[in-house]
Structure formats: structure tokens, C-alpha cells
Design a protein around this ligand. Structure first.
Ligand SMILES: [Zn+2]
Length: 467
């Protein structure tokens, strides 16, 4: 054993022996408050001292796998991380983090055995003195590493020294908490590297991505992605604006109701109490509204010469009986005829008749869907999703057949109302009942025990009429 190793081992053995009994016998409740405060502070400092040794030792793992002799591979460790994780019982992630900080702070040994300086000597000194915790040290070195390729090393060294001084405290000021160290580090970095924001945005723009699918075995399509700040913030605002808690009025609308925003009206019960969707489900439904609105835009991009239609294959028997499933082109999970009918109502259907060997026999015209002029008329009447309290604007809504098409309901303005995607999905099961009376939509539901005329339109005179 080297003398360096022997001295260290002695010290560790001694400290362990001295500490084991008092730590095992510690009853914090028996301490006076001033003793407790002192212990919290002093034990933390002791912990930081031990951390300094842990970080320094872990940081050396890389050195032992690099170089001409891979000492760790010879001991059957797969990597530096594997060695540290196995020896300490740490998770890989934590071992990696500890190695990274140690490797950054450790002084090196040159080929002649002379010590070379640490890259961040001030941070290294404060850590090994037990004055700076591992968290704060990681924050500081990460912040400085981020700007070091572009900034003069002298400036970096000055910033490092000033930050460490702030973070570890001095006789004049107390040490900074780790979360405040982050803020200070950002301020310094922005001061010495004002152009840094631009490269960061460049990197963010390169990393932007959005992926959809494939569908999972439980019939859902996962989405993943990283949005740029402006797109992410824009999407969040758009969705939040419609997901927020809304209230609705009690009883039939009064004459002046149409001039008042729905939210400002007297509320008796929040939609929350009848809306059993979670906030995440409501965000999904708002996204559905946005998707449905975007697919209706006149100059939407075309796929193979046609508007981006969804191709659904379903047999006539299933459509006629209203029972069974079909399939969406490009998706493995089958879709119920119920869902197909809702898509049909708002997007239209073009029937392709094929014989059993899939030769096309006939091609029907688009039918069953409300035309754009019908939709405009319905929009003028309903002004948005007709469910009380729902704020989904008309442009995002689907047109719903109040009497289903299969039950003989016509594709006529007197049989169509605007519903957002979420309410459209739930209208057959949910608490709301829709009826048409002389071409005017009425709802019955929570807070509306009687059939209540419903409209969100703010353009014309109120059409109060109960039937
Ligand atoms: Zn709605």
C-alpha cells in the first residue's frame, strides 16, 4: 500500500469508528433547538467533506479505464460507470453524475507524476474544504463549461472565483443556498457571454422534433417531442385558454345574457362537477378541436391530390347495423362504428364499393356531411359549442346530428348543432340531452333541469324561446 493510501485509509477507519456509535444512538428529539440547529449545520459540513472524497474518487474512474492499461476492465468492470455503481451501490445515473463532477474538479497527474491544476481550482478548493456542496459545485461547473469554448479563460477564472466566493459565504455574508447559486451563475454567464442566448436557441431549433405513433396495443397513438419555446408557449396558451375552469348560468337565458360573457354570469355549479374529464383529458380534447379546425381550412395541404382525408374501411353491413368495427388506414387498432359515424358527421363520407377481391365497383359522392353553407348558418345560430359553460369557439367545433343519421335524422340545419370534440364524443353518454325545437337547439342537464334554449352567438338579437 502507498503511504498516501495508508494515511487515507487510517483516517477513514478512525472517523467511521468514532462516528458509528453516536450516529446509531442519535435521538434528534432530545436535542435543544440550538443544539439541533448546530448539528444540522455541522453534520452537513461533515457530509460535504465526505462528499468531496466521494466525488474525487469517482472522478478518477475515467483515468483508470483510459490510458494504455485499462485497470477496471482487468477487474471485469464494463466501464467507469459500472465500476463506481457496483462498488458504491449507486444508480448508473448518479454514478455518472459523480464521475463527471469529479473528473472536472480533480487535479491531474502528468506523465512525470507532477500534479496538474484542476480546471476549476476555486470550485475544487471549496468542495474539498467542505464549504461547497456537490449540488452547488455541479451547477457552477456546468454553467462555466457551457460558456468556456467562447470566453477568454481569464474571464472564466474571474467569474469562477467570484461565484465560489458568493456561494461558500464569507465572514461578511452567509453561504448561498444551491437554488440561489443557479440564479447567480446564470447572471454571471449572461454578463460574460451576452451572445450565448443565440447559440442556445440555435441548438434548441436543431433539437426541435415531434413524432406521432405508431399506435399502441391499447389503441392509442403516442406523441413525443420537443417544441421550440415560442411554439410550446403558443400551444400551451391556446390549450390552457380553453381548458380553464368555466362556469355556466342556471335556468333559461335571460334577454341580457347574450351581451354578458358566460364566465361573468352567476354560477351555481362549476362544469367540473359534471365534467369528469381530467385536465390532461381536456387538453387532449382541445387539441382534437384544433386538429379538426385545421383540417377544415380551405387551403390545407393536399395528400396525393386530395384534401387530407382519413381512409376508413368498413363493411356496409356494419354501417347499416351500427354494430362492429372498421379500420383506419395506417393504424392497426380497429375503430368502432360509433366513432366512424362521428367522423362521418363532421368530415363526410365517400363510399367506395368493392367486390370481394377489392376491385372497385363504384365510387359514391361525398354525402351525409353538413355542407359549408349549412355549417355557416349553424355557426351563426349557435356561435360555438352549445353545451353551457363550454368555451370552444365555433371554428373548432364539429356539427352533430341531433337525431342520428341512421335513425332517420336529416343532414339539415334544423338537425345540426355545434359541439366541441370532447362533448361530441360524450353526448350519447354524458349528462347533457340535446333536442331541437322549431330548429332551435335546447339542452337539458346539470343546472338546466328544463329544456333550455342554448346559443353562444353574440351577433344577433337573443333568440330566447323555450319549448
Ligand atoms: Zn364543448
Amino acid at each position: 500500500m502507498t503511504t498516501h493510501g495508508a494515511a487515507l485509509q487510517d483516517a477513514v477507519a478512525h472517523a467511521t469508528e468514532v462516528l458509528t456509535a453516536p450516529v446509531a444512538g442519535l435521538v434528534p428529539g432530545r436535542l435543544s433547538t440550538s443544539e439541533w440547529m448546530m448539528m444540522v449545520r455541522d453534520v452537513e459540513r461533515l457530509g460535504r467533506l465526505v462528499d468531496a472524497a466521494r466525488v474525487a474518487l469517482a472522478g478518477d474512474a475515467e483515468q483508470r479505464t483510459g490510458g494504455p492499461v485499462d485497470a477496471l476492465a482487468a477487474l471485469r468492470f464494463a466501464s467507469a460507470v459500472d465500476a463506481v455503481a457496483t462498488l458504491t451501490g449507486l444508480a448508473d445515473r448518479d454514478a455518472k453524475r459523480r464521475i463527471r463532477l469529479g473528473a472536472t474538479l480533480n487535479a491531474g497527474l502528468s506523465l512525470t507524476g507532477a500534479e496538474t491544476r484542476s480546471v476549476y481550482p476555486s470550485v475544487a478548493r471549496a468542495v474539498s474544504a467542505g464549504n461547497l456542496g456537490v449540488d452547488a459545485a455541479t451547477i457552477l461547473t456546468d454553467a462555466l463549461e457551457g460558456v468556456s469554448p467562447r470566453i477568454d479563460p481569464v474571464v472564466i477564472a474571474e467569474a469562477e472565483e467570484a461565484l465560489v466566493h458568493l456561494a461558500e459565504g464569507s465572514p461578511d455574508h452567509p453561504p448561498l443556498r444551491a437554488d440561489l447559486v443557479r440564479g447567480q451563475a446564470h447572471l454571471f454567464v449572461e454578463a460574460i457571454d451576452p451572445d450565448g442566448v443565440r447559440p442556445r436557441e440555435e441548438v434548441a431549433r436543431r433539437k426541435r422534433r415531434f413524432t406521432i405513433g405508431p399506435d399502441t396495443h391499447d389503441g392509442l397513438i403516442p406523441v413525443h417531442g420537443l417544441l421550440t419555446l415560442e411554439i410550446g408557449a403558443g400551444l400551451k396558451r391556446l390549450i390552457d385558454a380553453h381548458v380553464r375552469k368555466v362556469t355556466f348560468t342556471d335556468g333559461p337565458r335571460q334577454l341580457d345574457d347574450t351581451t354578458r360573457p358566460v364566465e361573468a354570469a352567476e354560477s351555481v355549479e362549476s362544469v367540473e362537477s359534471v365534467d369528469d374529464r381530467t385536465p390532461a383529458q381536456r387538453r387532449h380534447d382541445t387539441l382534437a378541436d384544433i386538429v379538426s379546425a385545421a383540417s377544415r381550412v380551405k387551403d390545407a395541404p393536399e395528400l396525393a391530390g386530395a384534401a387530407p382525408a382519413i381512409i376508413v374501411t368498413v363493411t356496409q353491413t356494419v354501417l347499416d347495423s351500427g354494430r362492429g368495427v372498421g379500420s383506419i388506414d395506417g393504424v392497426d387498432t380497429p375503430i368502432s362504428v360509433d366513432a366512424i359515424e362521428k367522423m362521418t358527421d363532421s368530415r363526410g363520407i365517400q363510399t367506395v364499393t368493392m367486390n370481394p377481391d377489392r376491385r372497385i365497383l363504384s365510387l359514391g359522392s361525398v354525402q351525409r356531411c353538413f355542407t359549408s353553407s349549412q355549417r355557416r348558418a349553424i355557426t351563426a345560430r349557435d356561435g360555438g359549442c352549445v353545451i353551457p359553460g363550454c368555451t370552444t369557439p365555433a371554428g373548432w367545433c364539429e356539427v352533430h346530428h341531433v337525431i342520428p343519421w341512421r335513425a332517420g335524422g336529416e343532414t339539415h340545419t334544423d338537425n345540426g348543432v355545434l359541439l366541441c370534440w370532447g362533448h361530441h364524443q360524450n353526448i350519447d353518454r354524458g349528462p347533457w340531452r340535446l333536442t331541437m325545437s322549431d330548429g332551435i337547439p335546447h339542452v337539458r342537464g346539470p343546472g338546466h333541469p328544463d329544456r333550455t334554449h342554448t346559443t353562444k352567438t353574440r351577433t344577433g338579437p337573443p333568440l330566447t324561446r323555450t319549448g
